[in-house]
Design a binder for this molecule. Structure first.
Ligand code: IMP
Length: 428
């Protein structure tokens, strides 16, 4: 039975939630491996429209087991809110939602630090989602993080929290001239989280191993996108985790040898939220038209997303880096009315043509796109369900992208609803 990893190929917001929801109907387990409530996965299904931030998108199928992996940075308050919201919608989460005991928790001081650090950067901010993600991963690496498993032992929790909160208070009062926080209040909050979340917390890598041994069909659900990866993204304008195929292995405790397929999700154009280089950005009425037609506003922060043409240099980089075996190409319908569509096929860097995504941030910022123009199809594709029924110009666009990014497109999404999809080759 296949084990499929799903990763964002661009700067996040590629429509991973919809594709995971679509594939999850055949799955036994959906396990999320990175990030936290900085992500926003929109799922539209017969039960309604759901904007989930933490709980895996497989939760809408009653037989699917969902795992929040050790690679995530989990906001316990938000998790409780999502659990309550799902229960209100009569979606059962008991005995099928599991949180890794090794997942790090976002604590109240992480939110404060995220804001203070952004303010301190002044004009040179990263444009984080202010969900405490960076500071929580800093604490993980600095070995002072509080993990989900710590909620299961309250006495030890207080002795773990005290030195961390003392340290944060030194930072708040001495470096940032900000108010200090109370360890007792945080401990009380944690006790409340513990009461609600304890039944969900367990060792999840062995759960996943057992599922593999049983021959279960497992989807590893990524968040964010490859170009936001802490190592290979447009550093420092990145998130603080590895939203990539290798992040799935470390973020869930799965051997790379077990992964059968890596599905990369790419939007038919490019978007980015927050600061950082984006060579194909369109600061004109075409960019505005894409933003409005695609409702390109952040699910988590509501910020308008920067929009631009498809960047095949960045796309090919992502395909090769992750070892993507199949692509799901989303939001093709957003381009339906465009008379002409452009694709970036290379960059001009200081007068030289390059076909590789440069490593250096200053070089990335100096890249201007070399654009190839194709005819638009100017026909609505929302109701198309077979590749052969797409307008010829849309087929030509898809084929050209496949060629440029060096990977077959196996699924095309032509609308937000589950059924608005064209499956060219089965993924599962
Ligand atoms: P952080 O992950 O909140 O620290 O934000 C770091 C950068 O990643 C910022 O540019 C965010 O806008 C971006 N980012 C984080 N999560 C997402 C996401 O789910 N979609 C798109 N961009 C994201």
């Amino acid at each position: 039975m296949p084990l499929v990893t799903i990763v964002g190929g661009q700067w996040g917001d590629e429509g991973k939630g919809k594709i995971v929801d679509m594939l999850a109907q055949k799955a036994d387990v959906v396990a999320r491996f990175a990030g936290g409530a900085n992500a926003g996965h929109t799922v539209i299904n017969p039960l309604g429209t759901f904007k989930m931030h933490l709980i895996p998108s497989g939760i809408f199928y009653p037989n699917v087991v969902c795992v929040m992996g050790n690679g995530m940075a989990i906001d316990p308050k938000k998790t409780i809110e999502e659990i309550s919201f799902l229960r209100e919608k009569h979606i059962n989460v008991d005995n099928r939602l599991f949180i890794s005991d090794k997942a790090h928790l976002i604590m109240p001081y992480h939110f404060i630090l995220d804001k203070l650090e952004e303010e301190r950067r002044g004009g040179d901010l990263i444009g984080t989602t202010c969900k405490g993600i960076g500071p929580a991963y800093v604490d993980k690496v600095a070995r002072r993080g509080i993990r989900a498993g710590d909620l299961l032992n309250r006495r030890n929790l207080l002795s773990k929290l005290r030195p961390v909160v003392d340290y944060k208070n030194e930072l708040f009062t001495k470096l940032y001239d900000a108010a200090s926080i109370s360890v007792d209040e945080i401990y009380e909050q944690c006790c409340h989280y513990s009461e609600i979340l304890a039944p969900f917390i367990k060792e999840t890598s062995s759960l996943l191993q057992e599922a593999q041994e049983r021959g279960a069909l497992i989807i590893l659900e990524g968040a964010q996108g490859t170009l936001l990866d802490i190592d290979f993204g447009t550093y420092p304008y990145v998130t603080s985790s590895s939203p990539t195929a290798w992040g799935a292995c470390s973020g869930l405790g799965i051997s790379p040898m077990k992964i059968d397929r890596i599905l990369g999700i790419f939007k038919a154009y490019t978007t980015r939220v927050g600061k950082g280089p984006m060579p194909t950005e369109l600061n004109d009425e075409v960019g505005e038209a894409i933003r409005e037609k695609g409702h390109e506003y952040g699910t988590t922060t509501g910020r308008p997303r920067r929009c631009g043409w498809f960047d095949s240099v960045a796309g090919r980089f992502s395909v090769h880096l992750n070892g993507i075996t199949d692509v799901a190409f989303t939001r093709l319908d957003v381009l339906d009315l465009m008379p002409h569509i452009k694709i970036c096929t290379g960059y001009n860097l200081d007068g030289k043509v390059i076909n590789q995504f440069p490593c250096d941030i200053n070089e990335q910022e100096r890249c201007t796109p070399i654009l190839e123009e194709m005819d638009g199809w100017q026909t609505c594709t929302n109701d198309v369900r077979h590749f052969d029924n797409l307008p010829p110009a849309a087929k030509a666009y898809v084929k050209r992208i496949e060629e440029l990014i060096d990977c077959p497109i196996s699924v095309i999404s032509v609308g937000a609803k589950r059924e608005q999809s064209i499956e060219i080759r089965p993924i599962l």
